[in-house]
Design a protein around this ligand. Structure first.
Ligand SMILES: [Zn+2]
Length: 421
């Protein structure tokens, strides 16, 4: 099995920081094992301290701290980095060898001292966070670290953020929090949490690095990998899907056909409807299987159809639990729809970005090689300024949806702007 950081594409600087921290963390454990007399000396060496201001004294790369934030654009590998670091902290041979039990179980998601929070809905609630914080305070059963990975920490509710903040302010000695968020902007992560964490910024990985990992890890043909990596604009997971899934390619083709179809007001509204409905269908397909399986599992657990003693009470409790499940599933479906729509908007933005760079004669590769000709025609017709206005309309639509404008309204406004220019 390769090193745990192998799949973190094009992030050499971040990997260096994390390796140094993991080795500092290992030094702390050795110090603790060596006894209290040596502890101070070794702790000095490792520079372990709750992250006051986020950075340890001396070489900022060397220290280990109790709270980290991984930031970067979608697909840059925030959660991959967090999981790999978690494995490196549990590694018994080095700093993420990939083959020891610590690395192996962490990467497989079965390590007893690594907890992963993946919000399924639009937010992470306070009860979930409180339970998590409580468990994170317990002594690590493997003798190393209790690691809590929170994917999409930008989806914490305010109350959940406060519960987390308390734990980060006074961290139990062996607990490490790893948060993932798009950025450290106050909209994504509260200023107070940010101030207690060390930030590991990830960049958008270059297309050739993404293509390389698709070839090496997924066995995808080099030319397909290169096309998919460029079309996915540095999003590793998206590139893999495009390379492998014909349905994903079909959806992308439909989105990229939009600019050609905007011939009038009616066509603009039709295009908006088609985009929204495609996102809904994609989301439905994505969650349908999980939804059905969860419901079946819950019904079995609740003993649906039971007639024994206590069945009446169980049924009363069951109604509440089913309602709770339905609420969570609805939230997850909404999230999946927004994610699908956002992917479509990113593809569309790539098209207009190609038109802008062509109108300017910029010497850069197009995002979408397969629609470069259409983008070129657009560039001639609209000139750089008109292409830029259209690109801005797509980006404004993303921002509006993120700010909770109803997707259909935002998309209709965008389509009209794209048509009018
Ligand atoms: Zn290992």
């Amino acid at each position: 099995m390769p090193d745990v950081f192998a799949d973190l594409v094009g992030q050499d600087e971040a990997v260096g920081t994390l390796r140094r921290a993991a080795s500092a963390a290992a030094a702390v454990l050795r110090a603790a094992a060596a006894g209290p007399d040596d502890l101070a000396a070794l702790a000095d060496e490792a520079e372990v301290a709750p992250a006051a201001g986020g950075v340890a004294a001396g070489d900022p790369g060397a220290g280990m701290t109790h709270a980290w934030i991984f930031t970067g654009p979608p697909g840059s590998g925030r959660s991959v980095a967090a999981r790999a670091f978690a494995a490196a902290l549990q590694c018994v041979h080095g700093t993420g060898c990939g083959s020891c039990p610590g690395c192996h179980t962490t990467m497989a998601g079965t390590h007893a001292d690594v907890r992963l929070v993946v919000p399924e809905g639009l937010s992470i609630g306070v009860s979930e966070m409180r339970a998590l914080v409580l468990r994170a305070a317990s002594t690590p059963s493997g003798g190393r670290w209790q690691v809590v990975v929170i994917e999409d920490a930008d989806r914490l509710t305010e109350a959940a953020g406060n519960a987390l903040l308390k734990a980060i302010e006074e961290p139990p000695p062996r607990t490490v929090f790893l948060l993932c968020a798009p950025s450290t902007h106050p909209d994504d992560i509260s200023v107070t949490i940010r101030s207690r964490c060390r930030v590991v910024p990830l960049r958008q990985p270059p297309a050739d690095a993404v293509a390389e990992v698709l070839v090496r890890r997924d066995g995808i043909a080099p030319d397909v990998a290169r096309w998919a990596a460029a079309a996915a604009q540095g999003h590793v997971g998206r590139a893999r899907r495009l390379a492998r899934d014909p349905e994903a390619r079909k959806r992308r083709d439909a989105v990229l056909a939009v600019p050609r179809r905007l011939t009038g007001v009616g066509a603009a509204f039709d295009a908006a409807s088609a985009l929204i409905e495609a996102a809904e269908a994609e989301a439905e397909a994505a969650v349908a299987e999980t939804d059905a399986a969860e419901r079946a599992a819950l019904e079995t657990a609740l003993g649906a159809g039971g007639t024994g003693r206590g069945a009446a009470g169980a049924i009363r409790g069951a109604a509440g639990q089913l309602k709770d499940l339905e609420r969570r599933q609805k939230s997850r479906a909404t999230r999946a729809q927004r994610d699908a729509l956002d992917r479509a908007l990113v593809d569309l933005a790539g098209f207009y970005r190609d038109a802008v760079t062509m109108a300017l004669g910029a010497p850069v590769e197009p995002v979408h090689t397969d629609t470069a000709e259409v983008a070129g025609a657009g560039a001639r017709k609209w000139a750089a300024e008109g292409a830029l206005r259209r690109l801005e309309a797509v980006l404004a639509c993303r921002t509006a949806i993120e700010a909770n404008v109803k997707p259909r309204i935002a998309v209709e406004a965008m389509m009209l702007a794209l048509w009018k220019g």
